[in-house]
Design a binder for this molecule. Sequence first.
Ligand code: IMP
Ligand code: MG
Length: 186
Amino acid sequence: MKTQQSFMPGKVLIDKNTISRRVDEIAQEIANEYKGQDLVMLALLRGSFVFLADLIRSLFEHSMPLTVDFISVSSYGDSVVSSGSAVIEHSHKLKLKGRQVIIVDDILDTGTTLAAVKEHLLKEEPACIKTCVLLDKPARRNLPVTADIIGFTVENVFVVGYGLDYDDDYRYLPHIAELDGTKSND
Ligand code: IMP
Ligand code: MG
């Protein structure tokens, strides 16, 4: 049983139907680009699991077969502020050499995680690595990192739901909500 939360989900920023429509558009975009190619989707645990699950099933609807693997990267713990370093805790098993790779993550925030994962994967000499994030929060970027495919851009606010957590909670929400009390005025 959890003790009293200091933060709670507040305003719904992106509802589930809007997410679903956008995931389908992204799947269409990926299918158009990768049709007939050997595609590996590498999902970052744990925040991307809901997005990945919907995306790969939508890709099937667009006749795009693929292979999935996972990388676990250290998270925020019970903080809403990035630690500024990304530690790869468990790496993928699939061989990537010469293959088309898309890294899938829930949100691109400071850029630390995607930069570290991309550098880690490039050592395996894939044919091409692209990045796909459900959310982009450009206001907090401190590395020159951009994602190739972005679902939605969000303001400088901590968000939860659709796989994204605060202190391991709220991943189950079917929508993206703002975590009350985390909006920054800078
Ligand atoms: P970055 O390394 O700062 O870009 O952070 C990326 C990771 O931080 C994401 O994969 C998320 O797991 C987590 N994160 C960043 N912003 C949020 C947020 O607003 N809500 C929940 N998790 C977040
Ligand atoms: Mg994450």
